[in-house]
Write a protein that binds this ligand. Sequence first.
Ligand code: 5GP
Ligand code: ZN
Length: 116
Amino acid sequence: MMTTHCLFCRIVAGEIPAQALYEDDEILAFRDVNPQAPIHFLVIPKKHIPNLFEVDMEDAGLLGKILFTAQELAITEGMGKRGGRFVFNCKTDGGQSVDHVHLHVLGGRALAWPPG
Ligand code: 5GP
Ligand code: ZN
């Protein structure tokens, strides 16, 4: 049964399959279905938070955990030497298409800057 309209909450609930890289009681990391680089995965809180503007100090530990998990997985994926990009797209100007906060981790090729 569909519990929510939020795509990433549905992935958390197991209603939509995803290629998980890491999961615990608070966060989930999974590969992006439309990768923009050889390595492209997302790290999300299981709790529904629409975007980075909606977090508060109570979420500080959760956000730290998201960043450190992203770091560990990026190293596991082979990004430790050459690096990559860690991105939160936010709201309209940020080009956010899924309104559940998610950290993009991209690597495996040189990435252009600034973004278009
Ligand atoms: P945004 O554009 O909001 O920053 O990023 C949303 C990301 O979610 C996009 O990179 C998109 O490819 C990814 N995405 C959208 N739907 C799905 C899905 O059903 N499964 C997975 N694994 N990724 C998705
Ligand atoms: Zn959600």
